[in-house]
Design a protein around this ligand. Structure first.
Ligand code: GLN
Ligand code: ZN
Length: 770
């Protein structure tokens, strides 16, 4: 029986939350008990079949062109459930089972969540034990296939591959204790489960299944690229040797393959996707050549080129994409990665500045690009002339725009030294000068935000809706600042903060005030589960039209004799949580944001602020997937941060804050930020990370002594113990006492009690040091 060939135009995946966030609403209503299960399921069903119909209209009209990468919560979680990697052996997976794993309940903690490759999407981390069994549970996929068929669509079921699931899993606690098991050791057993799922799909008449193996494009701790590729090659050879399966579309989004390229192709999947987007080629300039060579050795495989960049929001350079496609000799076009990382459609944006609106391609527009490039590669460019014309216009107007060539910014940046920059004098000297600040031993502080109450959020909404005047809104926020200052004074905290009530979000706040950014109204992308964010877009050169934080800081400082810390978000974090430009290297925008923030530092100093914190919680997030790319990333990231504090007075104490404890990989870079004080997350790892501190790390340090991610109030004793543990590795002259992140998600009651205990714990320790 002849099989359907692979479609010439497809995508790797599509946003699943819905153009109007239908899935988010349905999920949250269901979790809150406002709707019952059938109502939830019917909402999710409608969203899926409506989406398939939309994708078909957009041009994905061949059988199997539409990937069913749908998930209620997360694709890794749903794949892991389907192949029985999370226990359970009922054929079908229940909603309760799935949501308990993702969100926990009264008796069970949820599974961990972490970043999916170098995106801002977070997946659920499966826990794999040495002796668990894997029971295939294909029911979920079969239902999707049937549901689509009934609505007239032949969709392509989607799974994350076995190598990727295990490479991204962690060993279950019971197993980890003996330290011997790596989840990848279970690859053979897990693959058997995939084979059963494949067999069930075949029996249901499915002719193509998509299996994503992006683990092969990244370096992993504990296994070399070559060894991972060997294992992947072996397991895929085995899986593909069976006849009892649909044709396999094996995909490798998010970067370039090294050893994995030959190994996976040698297993001879029927179709094979590579990410050949511009950013991926920029990191691996030989990639096209190596793909051509490898594919020549594997003539039975259809190469599918991930030409359209699924990670940015820009209208693509279609002529260039066609050229790449021709160079590769392909007829089959897709996106570099799933479109789940971009918003649905530019059509939903009614208030973009007119000159930039035409520059964007979100998910739907990118599908038109796939369709157009595929048509051109098939010799039918005349049929898609309009899409090409749109692309050319976008590129031309963007290039000519003053937004991308701001002379004032260019002049300013041209005065900067090249290469690494360094604040003078050095830390050793600064720290002596900063003794003037008169801080006590083991000073206490917080990370910046205080609880964002209903009242503040209400005031912000009312202000936006025009129900509060600017003056009324400012009054409201000042009231909040005054009460936060008073609370900190009552608690006896040493270095105060204003509490950040004016910030909806630590990046969006600055993006709205800086030139060179635009914000969208409906540009939601899934962050995890039902949570979506609306990343700002860097459209051009960035500059600061006026001071952004000084009024709040000045007001807060006027209320107290203690030091109030100024609070800024650093350049790397601002970029990490925005959509970036694709016409200049990220480091260009980073430098521009760096100088804009340097001006803010100067204005804060001018306003009488002596301590300034520059948050960089995303420093590690942007770390490239390949080790070999990390040094150059850290170079520009560290430089951008240093630019912010470069001209700060020696007496100004610069703090930074990072939100994680897995420090090892970037500890030298954190030291290189050259902040005077660094606060990090440490409570959950019980201060163990301080043992990693090496000689390069000389600054003062505030290892968070309580975990703000939980409403639990830590006792005086436990915090005292943590402080004493910290003192084993950090000299008392260098140690600060603080929570491990901002308090905005907490309530006031727990915050107050926790901070009171924190100050008491500090006092007890200081007493005993005398
Ligand atoms: N200053 C910010 C706050 O306290 C830092 C947030 C963060 O680290 N993510 O909320
Ligand atoms: Zn934090």
């Amino acid at each position: 029986m002849s099989q359907t060939p692979f479609p010439t135009k497809t995508i790797e995946g599509y946003p699943r939350v819905g153009a109007n966030r239908e899935l988010k609403r349905a999920l949250e209503s269901y979790w809150a008990g406002r709707i019952d299960r059938p109502t939830f399921e019917s909402a999710a069903h409608s969203l899926r079949v409506d989406t398939y119909a939309r994708l078909k209209d957009l041009g994905l009209d061949d059988d199997y062109a539409i990937p069913a990468d749908v998930a209620y919560y997360d694709q890794v979680l749903e794949t892991a459930l389907t192949v029985g990697a999370l226990g359970g052996d009922a054929e079908d997976v229940s909603l309760d089972e799935e949501f308990t794993l993702a969100r926990g309940n009264a008796d069970t903690a949820p599974l961990e969540m972490t970043k999916w490759f170098d995106t801002n999407y977070h997946y659920i981390v499966p826990e794999i034990s040495a002796d668990q069994s894997f029971t295939a549970r294909p029911q979920r996929l079969l239902k999707l296939v049937d549901e689509a068929r009934e609505a007239g669509h032949t969709i392509r079921p989607y799974l994350v591959g076995p190598v990727t699931v295990l490479a991204l899993s962690k060993a279950a606690e019971s197993t980890a204790a003996d330290g011997t098991t790596n989840p990848l050791d279970r690859l053979d057993d897990l693959a058997k489960s995939y084979a059963k799922v494949f067999a069930a799909l075949k029996e249901a008449g499915v002719e193509w299944v998509q299996v994503a193996e992006p683990a092969l494009v990244a370096d992993h701790i504990g296994i070399s690229d070559a060894e991972l590729a060997d294992r992947a090659g072996a397991i895929w050879t085995e899986l593909l040797s069976s006849e009892d399966r649909p044709q396999v579309y094996l995909t490798t989004p998010y970067g370039s393959l090294q050893a994995g390229l030959d190994k996976l192709l040698a297993a001879a999947p029927e179709a094979f996707q590579v990410d050949v987007s511009r950013p991926t080629q920029a990191l691996d300039s030989n990639y096209l050549g190596r793909i051509k060579e490898a594919v020549a050795k594997s003539p039975q495989t259809t190469l599918v080129a991930g030409l359209v960049d699924g990670r940015n929001v820009w209208a693509g350079d279609l002529n260039a994409l066609v050229q790449t496609g021709e160079e590769l000799g392909v007829k089959h076009v897709t996106t570099s990665v799933s479109l789940q990382h971009v918003p649905h459609t530019v059509e939903a944006e009614k208030n973009l500045p007119v000159d930039v609106a035409g520059w964007f391609s979100f998910a739907d527009e990118k599908i038109s690009e796939v369709v157009a490039v595929a048509a051109a590669l098939d010799g039918k460019r005349d049929e898609v002339e309009q899409t090409f014309a749109r692309s050319e216009r976008a590129l031309r107007t963007r290039k000519e725009s003053e937004r991308t060539h701001n002379e004032a910014v260019a002049k300013r940046v041209a005065t900067l030294p090249e290469g690494q920059v360094a604040r003078e004098p050095k830390f050793a000297e600064r720290t002596e000068i900063q003794e003037e600040l008169g801080l006590p031993k083991l000073p206490t502080t917080t990370i910046g935000s205080f609880p964002q109450t209903k009242q503040i959020r209400g005031a912000r909404a009312d202000h936006r809706a025009g129900k509060l005047t600017d003056e009324q809104y400012v009054e409201e926020l000042r009231g909040e600042i005054a009460s936060v200052i008073k609370l900190q004074e009552d608690l006896g905290i040493d270095v105060l903060v204003h509490g950040e009530p004016e910030r909806n979000d630590m990046v969006q706040y600055f993006a709205e005030l800086l030139d060179g950014f635009v914000v969208t109204e409906n540009g939601w992308v899934q962050s995890y589960g039902s949570r979506c964010t609306r990343p700002p877009i860097v459209v051009g050169d960035v500059s600061r039209p006026e001071a952004m934080t000084t009024e709040w800081a000045k007001y807060a400082q006027s209320l107290s004799d203690k030091h109030v810390k100024g609070m800024l978000t650093g350049p790397v974090t601002i970029l990490a949580w925005s959509f970036i430009r694709d016409d200049v290297h990220q480091s260009v925008s980073a430098d521009q944001i760096g100088v804009a923030l340097a001006d803010e530092v100067a204005d804060l100093e001018e306003s009488g602020i002596d301590i300034i914190q520059i948050d960089e919680p995303a420093l590690r997030e942007l770390l490239p997937l390949r080790e070999s790319d990390r040094a150059s990333y850290l170079d520009w990231a560290v430089r951008a941060f240093r630019l912010v504090s470069l001209e700060a007075k020696p007496k100004t104490q610069i703090h930074t804050h990072l939100c994680y404890s897995e420090f090892g990989q970037i500890i030298d870079a954190v030291a290189a930020l050259d902040a005077d004080v660094t606060s990090i997350e440490a409570a959950r790892s019980r201060m163990e990370l301080l043992e990693d501190l090496n000689d390069s790390f000389t600054s003062e340090i505030g290892p968070g002594i309580y975990d703000i991610h939980s409403p639990r109030i830590p006792s005086v004793e436990e915090m005292e113990e943590l402080i004493r543990a910290a003192l084993k590795n950090v000299d008392e002259k260098r140690l600060w006492i603080n929570p491990d992140c901002g308090l905005k998600t907490r309530g006031y009651k727990e915050t107050e009690e926790s901070l009171r205990n924190m100050v008491t714990a500090r006092n007890n320790v200081v007493e005993s040091l005398k």
